[in-house]
Design a protein around this ligand. Structure first.
Ligand code: SAM
Length: 380
């Protein structure tokens, strides 16, 4: 089923969490000169016009990237992410939002390789066109052609992943970001990771996922914790109280296998800020959990408050592994429910914006009625 179009959700709070973490993953990979391969199993269109029919339909970016765009006091890791968004909006007006392939292109180096997969024919075409324009722009700026640095394929990202592992450089950053329109996506993510870890245990794997009422979603993170990776890290962002009918995406997560050791302390610093800016009510919060294969110990942080280790995550039952899984409608644990700070005093417009090279991302095609989707429970 290919009714999902990411353009409807571009720049929403879930994209903010995902792409902010992605920027930090690239930064960590860039610390070594050795090349790495970035594999994006579900690439989307690469660039989104926020004034298109798609993005403006529900204007999800207005409660995602838009408030951050206005902030003057961003913590440096968030500023690095917003800088990537600014790079495609050199006029200073927020008009375009980068998808994960563009984030990867901005953050990676000449020696790195990007392998991008997208199954939807229209989005695959737009993705290829966006990268063609990007390359043309770079050529105009005098940058030399980068050969087969970026490869875009219309194909099933789950199936394609295994063929690329292990990568020639023996360094890989993999993003798995399916639509979760069909419950099979949850199983396929887990199976793909299991196979990928078998082929290349030391890769860094990042999975975006929605926290929804459906059973597959509620059990998902706990299943991933039992994969045979050396370490895992799970961060979730909740922006509001779940609605009684379950409509709307209020919580999403990024689950990482073999995360950089720097990520967890950085998230602990930055997530309270993100909650303060993106939170819509008192239920806004975050959780951070991590575990290791060696000890199985999982440590959870919710809303910035430390929790006790919760035992062997690999052997734990699905709902006890991390101890942090909240069901829609459930309250957060005592003393951990409220966002740190309030939304009052949101910082004003950014200053000192850097002028970045212009580019002309392609707009999406004609709108058609989309199916309900798990990213917001609405159509699109
Ligand atoms: N990763 C993108 C980003 O952050 O900008 C967004 C990706 S979007 C959530 C998911 C995409 O996966 C959609 O564009 C959809 O067409 C595509 N898709 C669905 N099933 C797929 C599959 N099996 N293989 C590759 N792409 C798929």
């Amino acid at each position: 089923m290919l009714s999902y179009r990411h353009a409807f959700h571009a720049g929403n709070h879930a994209d903010v969490l995902k792409h902010f973490v992605q920027v930090q993953l690239h930064k960590y990979m860039n610390q070594k000169d050795a090349a790495y391969t970035y594999i994006d199993t579900h690439s989307g269109a690469g660039v989104y016009a926020l004034d298109s029919n798609y993005a403006s339909k529900n204007a999800e970016y207005e409660s995602g990237i838009a408030p951050l765009w206005e902030c003057r006091d961003l913590p440096p890791p968030l500023a690095e992410y917003v800088d990537v968004v600014r790079a495609m909006n050199p006029s200073g007006k927020l008009r375009y939002y980068p998808g994960s392939p563009y984030v990867a292109d901005q953050m990676s180096r000449e020696q790195d390789r990007l392998r991008l997969f997208e199954l939807h024919p229209a989005d695959n075409k737009i993705l290829a066109e966006n990268f063609r324009k990007l390359e043309a722009h770079k050529a105009e700026q005098g940058e030399r052609a980068r050969g087969r640095r970026v490869m875009i394929e219309r194909g099933d990202g789950f199936l394609s992943l295994k063929a690329l592992l292990p990568p020639p450089s023996r360094r890989a950053l993999v993003l798995i970001d399916p639509p979760y329109e069909v419950k099979d996506d949850y199983r396929r993510v887990k199976d793909a990771l299991e196979e990928a870890l078998g082929r290349f245990p030391s890769g860094t794997y990042a999975v975006w996922y929605p926290v929804l009422q459906r059973m597959e979603s509620r059990q998902f993170a706990d299943k991933l914790k039992r994969l045979p990776a050396k370490e895992w890290l799970n961060v979730t962002l909740t922006v509001s109280t779940p609605t009684p009918d379950g409509v709307g995406l209020h919580t999403s997560g990024m689950f990482l296998l073999n995360p950089p050791y720097t990520l967890e302390p950085m998230l602990r610093q930055v997530m309270p800020y993100l909650v303060r800016v993106l939170g819509k009510d008192a239920a806004a919060t975050f959780t951070i959990e991590k575990g290791t294969q060696v000890t199985g110990a999982a440590v959870t942080r919710t809303g910035g408050q430390p929790r006790q280790p919760v035992g062997n995550a690999r052997r734990a039952s699905p709902l006890s592994g991390g101890g942090s899984l909240r069901l829609p409608g459930q309250k957060f644990g005592e003393g951990r429910g409220a966002a740190e700070g309030s939304r009052e005093g949101k910082p004003g417009r950014a200053s000192g914006e850097k002028a970045r090279p212009d580019q002309t991302p392609q707009r999406e095609g004609a709108e058609r009625p989309p199916a309900r989707n798990p990213r917001n429970g609405r159509r699109g």
